[in-house]
Design a binder for this molecule. Structure first.
Ligand SMILES: [Fe+2]
Ligand SMILES: [Fe+2]
Length: 399
């Protein structure tokens, strides 16, 4: 995509826009009615009034919904059309719609990484003017663009600051269809979801607990396919020459699974909203008697090991000090070792397990004593986005 934004008139027909506008208005009426009767319903089916980015006021809240199946479908069905317009291959992430109300504004912002290539599609409005969206271009110029029902603006959501001034009218429906550049720097899949038409992974983490992810034979053979670098020592492990193993289309399902687990770790365990991206992925094989020597992963914030096949041999992780020794290095008398009170932890791993640890942690794999090879798929992650604070003089941006 050469330009930062492109306006496409009549991206969808007026009739389709009208249908979808009515669909959203009915959704708004349905949720308002149910709420007025004191009925609490699930936001992933009925939409919501508490979208933090654009709330509206109590009298006329903004109705919004993430990942509605019809709009996720619209996003996927129009993939090729948008790819052709911007001459860039894309992967669909998620859809989001809003029915803006009088007085609502959309604060100045840039989007998160799943919105690398965003589009905003006007579905309909009840106002005596076309409410413009504003962009700040690379030269600092502030540009307003108006859209009529069916018109779309495609823009670089992460790079281009955009906003809307307070709305003067009854309502205005927009849907956003978000994409990543295929094989680009983010390469997310379905915004971390296993399937279209469901809420963000942070809200659905419990849905998939207990679901065991099993690789097919074909997926397994793709993982061990390709050339391997021979082990340096006799009992060492063989590592794939490829550092892009997960980019094979046949492993899309596994990639989604690993990214979903990693995303769950970041959002629900670390409880941080910073963005990470997958840097490299590789396969390592330990035959009977083989081990993996102690090492660290430079240029990596977090590493994640998925055990394709493992019946024997712990993963041993070492830290310079245990967590409770940080600050005061005391030789505590440990009752039972755990991840807080010891410097070395042995994780007994088995097929299907995922282990995530900081790249600076020294780790090794103990010998595989089983007849079948131990096969792992490793992934590294680095940060992207803005950290720190401009006023504190500690702001940095990693692109
Ligand atoms: Fe945005
Ligand atoms: Fe490693």
């Amino acid at each position: 995509m050469n330009k930062d934004w492109i306006k496409v008139e009549n991206f969808i027909s007026k009739d389709t826009a009208k249908l979808l506008y009515q669909y959203i208005k009915f959704g708004n009426e349905r949720l308002s009615f149910l709420k007025s009767k004191g009925i609490t319903v699930a936001s992933d089916i009925y939409g919501m009034f508490n979208d933090p980015q654009s709330e509206g006021d109590l009298k006329s809240p903004v109705f919004a919904m993430y990942g509605d199946l019809i709009f996720d479908t619209l996003m996927v069905n129009n993939l090729e059309k948008i790819e052709n317009i911007i001459d860039t291959k894309l992967t669909p992430q998620y859809s989001f719609y809003r029915l803006y109300t009088e007085g609502t504004e959309l604060k100045r912002h840039t989007d998160r990484e799943s919105c690398e290539i965003s589009s905003t599609l006007c579905l309909g409005y009840d106002a005596d003017y076309s409410w413009p969206i504003w962009f700040k271009d690379r030269d600092g110029n502030e540009i307003s663009i108006e859209t009529e029902p069916g018109d779309m603006i495609i823009y670089k959501g992460c790079d281009l600051e955009h906003w809307r001034e307070p709305f003067k009218g009854n309502n205005h429906a927009q849907v956003f269809l978000h994409y990543n550049i295929k094989d680009g720097k983010y390469n997310n899949i379905k915004d971390g979801r296993p399937i279209f038409g469901i809420p963000h992974i942070s809200l659905t983490k419990d849905w998939f607990k207990g679901n065991i992810f099993v690789l097919t034979d074909e997926e397994k053979s793709v993982i061990v396919d390709g050339e391997f670098r021979k082990a340096l020592s006799k009992q060492g492990n063989a590592i794939s020459k490829s550092a892009e193993v997960l980019e094979d289309e046949k492993l899309l399902r596994l990639k989604t699974h690993i990214l979903t687990v990693f995303n769950d770790y970041v959002v629900n365990h670390l409880q941080i909203e910073n963005q990470f991206y997958l840097t490299q992925s590789w396969t390592a094989i330990n035959h009977k008697g083989d081990a993996h020597h102690s090492h660290i992963h430079p240029n990596t914030v977090f590493s994640c090991v998925y055990y394709v096949q493992a019946n024997s041999g712990d993963l041993q992780i070492k830290m310079p000090l245990s967590r409770i020794q940080e600050g005061y290095n005391i030789s505590y008398k440990i009752l039972q070792q755990n991840i807080f009170n010891c410097r070395t932890i042995n994780l007994s791993v088995k097929t299907g397990d995922v282990v995530i640890f900081p790249g600076w942690c020294e780790h090794k794999a103990l010998p595989n004593e089983d007849d079948s090879p131990r096969i792992i798929l490793g992934t590294n992650y680095f940060l992207t986005g803005t950290f720190g604070d401009y006023d504190n003089k500690d702001e940095i941006t990693i692109r």
